[in-house]
Design a protein around this ligand. Structure first.
Ligand code: KIV
Length: 257
């Protein structure tokens, strides 16, 4: 709870930094720089080439999260509940409890507002911390990804969902691909923090898929900024190794028993 309070305390003071991690070695580095480490079900497309996050299973999420847990020392660890694992209060509670117990994460994230409010309320009542997620919901998208908040109906739904999630106790809300002015309005209306992805600087924090920003995952999504071309560094190291093996420069005596 202390870690969650720390996130809440950042509202209107300092920005919240959140990144995804899918394994221990990455989590170890990510943890040094973020407030929240998210084991996102984006791992379905990033690691497994699934056409949709709907294909990600509970077992996959738990296994990756167990690995991530090993790398985390200080940040709040949140795990995405995969598609179809929170359809009812009973299934949401059973699966969230399993995620928390097996991965030792701090909270779970569920996609949606009013449609899943009963399950969110039930989890929070049963002491399971929940991070909300509204706007573009990858688990619900069939076809093209589109930004949200473009017409009155969408704007009303976003604002109502945000207020409803806050009222029912989520500690923060991810706003995905929400129009700048609406993200600003929601952020100003709420006492809890918003964490944006493609939703402008007006949010209380930002989240990105780590593999996208370090250039491991090729993408042309508008909101992704590539901070590093990690593939270039990996390739230069691997190329050197292959050259040295072929030219018998490696291993030397130093590397041999
Ligand atoms: O699955 C994921 O990685 C996410 C974030 C990008 C918000 O939900």
């Amino acid at each position: 709870m202390k870690k969650i309070q720390k996130i809440l305390n950042k509202k209107n003071k300092s920005k919240i930094v959140c990144l995804t991690a899918y394994s221990k070695n990455f989590a170890e580095e990510i943890d040094k720089h973020v407030d929240i480490t998210l084991v996102g079900d984006s791992l379905g497309s990033v690691l497994y080439n699934y056409s949709s996050t709907r294909k990600v299973t509970l077992t996959e999420m738990i296994n990756h999260s167990k690995s991530v847990r090993l790398g985390i020392k200080k940040s709040l660890m949140v795990v995405d509940m995969p598609y179809k694992t929170y359809d009812t209060n009973k299934s949401a509670f059973k699966n969230a409890k399993k995620i928390l117990k097996e991965t030792k994460c701090d909270a779970v994230k569920l996609e949606g507002g009013k449609k899943i409010i009963k399950q969110i309320k039930f989890l929070i009542k049963n002491k399971i911390p929940v991070l909300g997620h509204i706007g573009l919901l990858p688990q619900s998208v069939k076809g093209k990804f589109k930004s949200k908040g473009k017409n009155i109906k969408e704007i009303r739904q976003l604002i109502n969902d945000a207020l409803l999630l806050q009222k029912n106790g989520v500690f923060a809300i991810v706003l995905e691909c929400v129009k700048t002015s609406i993200a600003k309005e929601i952020t100003e209306k709420l006492d809890i923090p918003t964490i944006g992805i493609g939703s402008s600087v007006n949010c209380d924090g930002q989240v990105l898929v780590t593999d996208d920003l370090i250039g491991l995952n090729e993408t042309n999504i508008k909101f992704v900024k590539k901070y590093l071309n990690l593939k270039k560094y990996i390739n230069s190291g691997l190329k050197k190794f292959a050259l040295e093996v072929r030219s018998k420069k490696y291993p030397t005596k130093k590397h041999s028993y």
